[in-house]
Design a protein around this ligand. Sequence first.
Ligand code: PLP
Length: 469
Amino acid sequence: MEALGKDVVGLTVSAPVPVPLKGEGCAEEEVGVVEAKGERGGGAKGTLRSEGSGEVAVEGLRTQVSPYQALPTSSKIVRNLAEAQPVMVFKNEEERKKAVSKVIKDYAALLKQRTATHMGYPYNLAFEYGDLDCLLKYCINNLGDPWIESNYGVHSRQFELGVLNWFAQLWEVDQKEYWGYITNCGTEGNLHGILVGRENLPDGILYSSEESHYSVFKAASMYRMDYRKVSSLATGEMDCEHLKTLLEENKDKPAIVNVNIGTTVKGAIDDLDRVIEILYDVGYTEERFYIHCDGALFGMMIPFIKEAPFVTFKKPIGSVSVSGHKFMGCPTPCGLVITRSKYIDALSDDIEYLNSRDATIMGSRNGHAAIYMWYTLTMKGYEGFTEDVKKCLKNAHYLHSLLFSKGIRTMLNERSSTVVFEKPNCGEFIRKWQLACQADIAHVVVMPNITKEKIDQFVGELMESRARA
Ligand SMILES: *Cc1c(COP(=O)(O)O)cnc(C)c1O
């Protein structure tokens, strides 16, 4: 059992490519034997044996061996840019208009088709912002601080503040005690949260699990911070015992901890309460630690799941960030970060040219994003998001069970809509469904636009592609 748990880990991060089984990817019924040699703590050298569709429960996740194996990942990332759409030159105005209109029409059709067969990234593509089309002819820019108007009047700060207040209420921080802004994406939220931590604890060490989003380690390298990678459990969750060991080794330095509210690949939620408990146990006081919660995807889902671990500023956290184009479903990349006002003074400067304060990472900021967020929060309300979350979790279980019943190795974390399974070995299939792959696994992040019918189509085509292989 022990070995089995670790095998799941081995499959994911350290990229030990499983030995291809007999008949390379053929769909015959066989008994699968997989040897996965992990490289991490303790060395996962277990041999996983399972007969037919034998199912084994491992702490909240199900694994299965099937005769099918993913292709080894190619060792090199190749440059594969899309073909360029040249900027066209015309002498005749009528021809120009005709040509441009055709290009746009074709492109719109392509987008429609790609949207219909998208499964891999955690983007909610079911949205309708037609009411806001009239705003596209304005350059809305919230440059500078949300609370301090610059002299540029074409902004949407009133919507931005409304959205920020909504999230402040969600995460239980008093309106006078928080600061935040609408970012360009979840990455910017992480860059900001970690920067706030660093500026308040200049010699702090950054701790984050190895399954964290790459933007966390990008922050460490941009800010030239000392960091420690904490190992993860089979589920993808931070190994808190390892965190404790690392903290004890570096007790003399303040700690900046990134806690994942939903990891990118497996959708695992780090145990925030346990992290806080460990910090106190090791002897850290609140003045010597800073916790940033990376809630890019699940930050917007777990508030609507009963009994889920709760993110709140009533706990000693420093900041939370989410992406706006993930679960919320905004039509442009965007995000949001909230921190405590007491922390923000450490990095803000007054800028005369803006007549505003400079505490954001970006200068010019997407004013449309604030309106998209405000609109979707208003149109859906709390009930709408609760319904969306329920639907996603239900469909994720459906997909997981369906894959499982077909003999495909799969796992699903509790309270997650990220269904992990073995990477299909058909490149065409991966491209069509736009699957995100890491080492020998792929995942589908079930979002509100992924219906039961789409799941049936997806699994049907997956089985066909395996039979062909
Ligand atoms: C997607 C993701 C991010 C980055 O968000 P972007 O909006 O793509 O920049 C950060 N952390 C986690 C856990 C994510 O899943």
